[in-house]
Design a protein around this ligand. Structure first.
Ligand code: SAH
Length: 202
């Protein structure tokens, strides 16, 4: 996976590569999918949700330019795999999952694997986690139709956010948003498909 999917493409950040080497991806997928855990594609994790392709996880991690003292927010915990990758690199991770059963499973899995710097809660990540912010970096791993305003408000000055934005069920653009002294700059970095970001009331 590291050689053929990451190094062979454009993943160069040592911290990202190290985390991708260390985290046991097979622990985050259902037993019947374990044989495919390291394959070059996304995997179904049940409840209609997916765990992103390893390359996309690495790409979104690398682009955040994480430091070991950072505090990071993730929206869309899913299996907890992306959170574990972040947890290997930064000081603390706050991750929100809207499907309660997935949040529960991810929380137990992460604590069994010893990730005591990762905080999981069930709720609507569109709203962010205001009492734990602002964050050095924000990663949204579900496809949004627009950039949630609460997340912009919780991004530190100098902070970076990566989020897939585009029409419902269509191809979305991964947007890299940077907060330069209160001014937000947005750059489209890649076309991607993601399961939708949903809200509690729909
Ligand atoms: N990062 C995950 C994969 C995410 S799949 C991993 O590494 O496994 C997208 C996840 O976002 C799904 O689990 C979905 O339930 C969740 N999600 C969708 N809308 C959400 C919202 N508003 N708040 C929090 N989580 C949400």
């Amino acid at each position: 996976m590291i050689e053929n999917q990451l190094l062979a493409r454009d993943i160069r950040d040592p911290a990202t590569l190290n985390a991708m080497r260390i985290v046991p991806r097979h622990e985050f997928v259902p037993t019947k999918m374990q044989a495919y855990a390291y394959a070059d594609h996304p995997l179904s994790i049940g409840m209609g949700q997916t765990i992103s392709q390893p390359y996309i996880v690495a790409y979104m991690t690398q682009i955040l330019e994480l430091k070991n003292y950072h505090r990071v927010l993730e929206v869309g915990t899913g299996s907890g795999y992306q959170a574990a990758i972040l947890g290997e690199i930064v000081d603390s991770v706050y991750t929100i999952e809207i499907v309660e059963a997935l949040a529960f499973t991810a929380k137990n899995r992460l604590s069994e694997l010893g990730y005591d710097n990762i905080n999981v809660k069930s709720g609507d990540g569109y709203l962010g986690w205001p009492d734990k912010g602002p964050f050095d970096a924000i990663i949204v791993t579900a496809g949004a139709e627009e950039v949630p305003q609460p997340l912009l408000e919780q991004l530190k000055e100098g902070g970076r956010m990566i989020i897939p934005v585009g029409p419902h069920n269509g191809v979305r653009q991964l947007l890299l948003i940077t907060n330069k002294s209160g001014k937000f700059r947005t750059k489209e970095v890649m076309a991607v498909r993601f399961v939708p970001l949903t809200r509690k009331n729909n």
